[in-house]
Design a protein around this ligand. Structure first.
Ligand code: PLP
Length: 284
């Protein structure tokens, strides 16, 4: 079955779908995106993803994007036309096409692209074994809370991780504190069983998975702190894990080649993962 993409009001074969060469997303990375998981035919946490999309658009002052109600219709139609039962939906909104000039164009209409593809949930064997991360300097700008398509530092960081045989790179600020992964949020469990992740300020993207997991942690009554942690603290942690829409909750068992605790997924990480997945299943 051939894939179908939605581009600016039209459903097209994926291989023929295209945007203008002067689209500002292409020329300036002047746009935002979201990735929403589809599990058992249901969109996971669509509402917080759309809330974050609106926030990102507002922060970049992109006006005139398709409203939520018609956008939801498009999302469902793209999922349906691609027969995605388990996979992801990708949405991208840019400021639109206009003659190249850094300042905002006087007349431009946002470009909306929506695609969907089938993909499997994370491989249970990888989850069982856990993954390794490396640490790298966080060289990004100061508004990492906006989900822009400007991902150069994240792309370079992920590639560095791959070349090092690691699953992810955790980015570290000038004070030696872990901000987040290149496409995931970073967490540790301290020796006294406190679950810790960076606060949702301008230094990180407030992951939708992160938000959902915090709700689970609060509901279950686990100790929790939103604060930065250092690389040294992470290496000495009882457990570590990462979260994202596509990874769910993935145990981290080594940092820079050094095992976290005894180098196997932590019990609390496994419990939180199960609780998180149960929440998705219950809301489907
Ligand atoms: N941090 C960054 C930099 C990301 O790119 C992502 C996801 O793409 C995340 C965190 C996790 O966010 P979410 O849980 O919404 O997928």
């Amino acid at each position: 079955m051939s894939r179908i993409a939605y581009v600016d009001g039209v459903y097209r074969p994926h291989s023929e779908a295209a945007v203008h060469i002067e689209d500002r997303g292409y020329q300036f990375a002047d746009g935002v995106y979201e990735v929403i998981a589809v599990r058992s035919g249901e969109l996971v946490d669509e509402a917080p993803h759309l809330t974050r999309l609106r926030r990102s658009l507002a922060e970049l002052r992109i006006e005139g994007a398709l409203a939520d109600a018609p956008l939801k219709v498009v999302i469902r139609e793209v999922v349906r036309r691609n027969a995605v039962v388990n996979g992801i939906v990708y949405l991208q909104v840019t400021r639109g096409a206009a003659p190249r000039d850094h300042g905002f164009p006087k007349v431009a209409r946002p470009t909306l692209v929506v695609t969907a593809r089938r993909s499997r949930a994370p491989d249970p064997r990888i989850v069982e074994e856990g993954v390794s991360v490396i640490t790298i300097p966080d060289i990004r700008w100061q508004r990492c809370d906006i989900k822009t398509v400007s991902l150069t530092a994240n792309v370079l960081g992920k590639q560095q991780a791959r070349e090092a045989g690691a699953y992810e790179a955790w980015m570290v600020d000038a004070e030696g504190r872990v901000t987040e992964g290149t496409s995931t949020n970073a967490w540790i469990v301290t020796a006294d069983n406190l679950v810790v992740t960076h606060a949702a300020d301008h230094a990180i993207l407030n992951g939708v998975t992160r938000q959902a997991l915090i709700a689970v942690i609060r509901r279950e009554g686990y100790g929790f702190a939103e604060r930065p942690f250092t690389v040294a603290e992470a290496k000495a942690a009882r457990e570590a894990f990462l979260t994202s829409t596509t990874a769910d909750l993935m145990p981290v068992v080594a940092i820079d080649g050094q095992p976290v605790a005894n180098g196997v997924p932590g019990l609390l990480s496994q419990k939180l993962r199960a609780d998180y997945l149960a929440r998705i299943a219950a809301s489907a």
